[in-house]
Structures are given as structure tokens and as C-alpha cells.
Design a protein around this ligand. Structure first.
Ligand SMILES: NC(=O)c1ccc[n+]([C@@H]2O[C@H](COP(=O)([O-])OP(=O)(O)OC[C@H]3O[C@@H](n4cnc5c(N)ncnc54)[C@H](O)[C@@H]3O)[C@@H](O)[C@H]2O)c1
Ligand SMILES: O=P(O)(O)OC[C@H](O)CO
Length: 347
């Protein structure tokens, strides 16, 4: 049997969990690329990623390298799982090394600040033989700690080109990781990136000591706000009711695994953003995404009150309690605002 040769680029928590998931299938031959040679040796010797995903052993079928040329050459699939701020750099490096036509998938969640583009579009900019229609994304309610252990999870692979989405779906799907396809890549990527802002908000609410009602309000008004911007960018509303929308929002706003919710909680307790970033080696995408979404809201004329308040708390020195008070005291409005069907009202 010819095995599907897959390389996962990025050995943080999520890259490691994806590599373990894919290597668990006999028909795949999986390589995990890591930046640093010393860390590569550590992973090869210990057969475990003690730094980012401790306690989960690598399957035999998984090899590790820090040689990018070797990692990229003659691959059937390349999975990019680096922090969003390094996607353009790594995409450009990989472009010079591709020697056949692998399927390309981004599993990162974020928006590039300079261009306001989601990750598939950043990759399309850097990879000469690909465009936004041929690159796919994986997104859904998936914490690495649970996927790595084989705890039942579900996710979405989105790509404009159906055959690409379906091939990747077959490669990723297992009896423990159920994968759906979706042609709405804009919605799937925006859902995955923007929910991190709401997770910061839910964490802030927990940090202040508010209750479940507050968190539910953040999540519900949050998904509405995400849809409003997503629709302006061409996404389908129903995508935000799916796994990459409300599904990911629920897991990130409520889970103890979520770095974004944890960071929000620390902010709610009075810690500054710099203190939090200095104290962790983990990527907290929500900080940069809040900045990018705030620009996108201004650029598209979209009202995003939660994003604006989180932005002011993170970058303009507003206190968390002031931010929440501001949201509570906004001008009264209809729940569905501009989409309300006015014919439903009766005198
Ligand atoms: N952790 C999860 O459960 C999870 C789930 C779904 C999606 N994601 C997304 O996956 C992406 C990666 O997150 P993660 O959780 O694996 O990260 P992580 O915080 O666990 O690890 C960060 C990784 O990025 C590497 N890194 C840092 N700067 C880099 C650079 N300039 N170039 C290349 N690599 C660099 C680090 O060496 C490390 O391997 C993020 O966009 C995140 O939102 C994470
Ligand atoms: O740990 P977080 O907050 O970065 O969230 C990770 C994933 O996006 C959850 O699906």
C-alpha cells in the first residue's frame, strides 16, 4: 500500500496533536517539522512533546525533523500549524522548497494584522502554485490536549474546491475525530479567529467574578457580532451556527484548556497584557486578533461593541469593569438589530 506522505509544519500543542492523530492511521506516513535542532533531538529521543503536549507518546509512524527541505520534499499533504504572525514567513520559505503538488491546509486560527487576511489567504500570497480556492483550512472545537488523547471530537475542513476538501476529510477522519466539509472558508476561518476575542471576554468576566449569566451573554452576543462581520466579508450565517462558529466559541469560552480564556481571566483579575505574554511560551492568538478585528470593523463599518471594549481593555488602559459597564449601558436596541423583520411587530 502506498502511504500518504504528510508533513505537519509547527510543533506546538496543536501541530503535535495533529501529527499524533494522523500518524495513528496506518495509511499515513507523518513527519513533524520543528524549528529548533535541539528541540528536534529532544522530541526524537523522548518520543513525546513534553513542553507543549506532555503525557502523550508519539506513534511509531511519526518522525521528527528540523530540516525544512527534507520535511517539504515529495509530500502529498502539508499542514501549516504555526502562530498566525509567522505564517507568511514560513509560507515563503516552504514555497522555495516545494517540489511536487501537495494539498495545502492551514490549521492555525488568526488574522494577519498588516493585511487583515485570514491564514489561507496569507498562504495563497506566498505559495506560487496555489490560490485562495485551492487552499484548505481545518477549524472547530478542538483542544490539542483532548484530540491528542483520542477523546471524541468533531471539526470542519473548508475549501472552495470540493475535491480538495473531500480528500483532506478522508485523510483526517477517524472514529475519534469526525470531520465535516464546508465550502464557506471565509466563515470557517473568521469563526475560528474571532471566537478568541469572545473567549478573552468570557475569561475577563470570570476573572472579575461575574457569573454564568454574564458568560452566556458574552457568548451569545459574541456569535452575533462574529456573524455580523463575517457576513460583510462574504461568509454564510449558518457557518456560525456550526462547529467552526458556535461550537468553537463554546469550547474556548468554557474550557480550562483555553489559553485565551485563561489570559482573559488574568486580565479580569488585574494583570497587564505584557505580564501575561512574558509569563508563557504559548501563543495567545486573541490579543493580535482583537487588534485585527478592530481594524476590520472600522474598515467595513461594522458595529462590534464587544471587540471594541476588549480592544480598549487590552490596548487603551480601560479597566475590565469599566468595559463591562460600558457594554451594559449601551443604547437599548432590538436583539436582532438590523436583520429584524419589522413586519413581526404588532401595534
Ligand atoms: N492549542 C490548541 O488546542 C489549538 C487548537 C486549534 C487551533 N490552534 C491554533 O494553532 C496555532 C498554533 O497554536 P499552538 O497551540 O500549536 O501553539 P503553542 O502555543 O502550543 O506553541 C507555539 C508554537 O509556535 C512556535 N513558534 C513561535 N514563534 C514561531 C515563529 N516565529 N515561527 C515558527 N514557529 C514559531 C513555537 O516554537 C511553538 O512550537 C494557533 O493559531 C492556534 O490558535 C491551537
Ligand atoms: O487554547 P486556545 O484559547 O488558543 O483555543 C484553542 C482552540 O482554538 C480551541 O478550538
Amino acid at each position: 500500500m502506498t502511504k500518504t506522505k504528510i508533513t505537519v509544519i509547527g510543533s506546538g500543542s496543536w501541530g503535535t496533536a495533529i501529527a499524533i492523530l494522523l500518524a495513528g492511521k496506518n495509511e499515513n506516513k507523518v513527519t513533524l517539522w520543528t524549528r529548533r535542532e535541539d528541540f528536534c533531538k529532544q522530541l526524537q529521543n523522548e518520543r513525546e512533546n513534553d513542553k507543549y503536549l506532555p503525557g502523550i507518546s508519539f506513534p511509531e509512524n511519526l518522525s521528527i525533523t528540523s530540516d525544512l527541505e527534507k520535511a517539504v520534499s515529495k509530500r502529498d499533504v502539508l499542514v501549516f500549524v504555526v502562530p498566525s504572525h509567522s505564517m507568511r514567513d514560513i509560507g515563503s520559505k516552504v514555497n522555495d522548497l516545494i517540489d511536487n503538488d501537495p494539498l495545502i491546509l492551514s490549521a492555525s486560527k488568526g488574522i494577519e494584522i498588516d493585511t487583515l487576511k485570514p491564514m489561507s489567504q496569507v498562504l495563497a500570497d506566498t505559495l506560487d502554485n496555489y490560490n485562495a480556492n485551492t487552499i484548505a483550512t481545518l477549524s472547530g472545537p478542538n483542544h490539542a490536549e483532548e484530540v491528542g488523547k483520542g477523546i471524541p471530537s468533531a471539526s470542519v475542513i473548508a475549501c472552495k474546491k470540493k475535491i480538495v476538501a473531500e480528500k483532506l476529510q478522508s485523510i483526517f477522519i477517524t472514529s475519534r475525530f469526525r470531520v465535516y466539509t464546508n465550502p464557506d472558508i471565509v466563515g470557517v476561518e473568521m469563526g475560528g479567529a474571532l471566537k478568541n476575542i469572545m473567549a478573552l471576554g468570557s475569561g475577563i468576566s470570570d476573572g472579575i467574578g461575574f457569573g454564568d449569566n454574564t458568560k452566556a451573554a458574552f457568548m451569545t452576543r459574541g456569535v452575533y457580532e462574529i456573524s455580523r462581520l463575517g457576513n460583510k466579508l462574504g461568509a454564510r450565517s449558518m457557518t456560525f451556527a456550526g462547529l467552526a462558529g458556535i461550537g468553537d466559541l463554546i469550547v474556548t469560552c468554557t474550557s480550562e484548556h483555553s489559553r485565551n480564556r485563561r489570559a482573559g481571566k488574568m486580565i479580569g483579575k488585574g494583570m497587564a497584557l505584557e505580564e501575561i505574554t512574558e509569563g508563557t511560551n504559548m501563543v495567545i492568538e486573541g490579543f493580535k486578533t482583537t487588534k485585527a478585528a478592530n481594524y476590520l470593523a472600522q474598515k467595513t463599518g461594522t458595529e462590534m461593541p464587544i471587540t471594541t471594549e476588549i480592544y480598549n481593555i487590552l490596548f487603551n488602559g480601560k479597566s475590565p469593569i469599566e468595559g463591562v459597564n460600558h457594554l451594559m449601558k449601551r443604547v437599548k436596541t432590538d436583539e436582532m438589530e438590523e436583520v429584524v423583520d419589522t413586519n413581526m411587530w404588532r401595534e
